[in-house]
Structures are given as C-alpha cells and as structure tokens.
Design a protein around this ligand. Structure first.
Ligand SMILES: [Zn+2]
Length: 94
C-alpha cells in the first residue's frame, strides 16, 4: 500500500489541522528476558496441551501502523491504517 509523504491531519496538541510527516512504525527488538517472555517460556515447558502464542494459522493481511509527526509542534501521534494489506506499506514522496 502506498501512503503520501505528507498529509494534512488534525493535531490534538495544536488543536488544529496541520501538515504532518508520515513514517511507517517499526517494531523494536523484543527483550528475551522480560517478565512476559519468561512467563510464556515457563508455560510452554512440559506437558499440558496447547498454549497461547503457538499459532497454527498465519494471518494473511496486516493492519499497518503509521507515525505522524506534526511540522508545527513536532509531536508524534499514531495513525492506524484500517485497510488490511498483504503488500508492504511504503511512504511515497510528492
Ligand atoms: Zn501540532
């Protein structure tokens, strides 16, 4: 899916519509020793059938999250694109 480089959207900090720069949000590296991950690893150990997190069916599409940066106050906000896309979202200039 193609997304424009700049969009004019409402900024809650400026309380007015402003031009905002668009960036595709990328996931940070997951820390393997966080509490949730340790808990999950504990659950997967041993017997006891299926557990959450072991998926059999992979999802085909993805709802892409975009980060908008206001050009006036340079604050960031999220913009979730509600179209499920199989193709990678790219930001297009112009
Ligand atoms: Zn703003």
């Amino acid at each position: 899916m193609k997304v424009p480089y700049e969009v004019r959207k409402y900024c809650p900090h400026c309380n007015a519509p402003t031009t905002q720069k668009v960036k595709v949000a990328s996931k940070g590296k997951a820390s393997s020793f966080s509490f949730g991950n340790r808990k999950h690893a504990r659950k997967l150990r041993g017997f006891g059938g299926k557990r959450a997190g072991q998926k059999e069916v992979k999802k085909q599409g993805k709802k892409q999250k975009l980060i908008l940066t206001c050009t006036v106050c340079s604050k960031k906000q999220e913009w979730v694109c509600h179209k499920r896309t199989k193709k990678k979202t790219e930001v297009v200039k112009g």
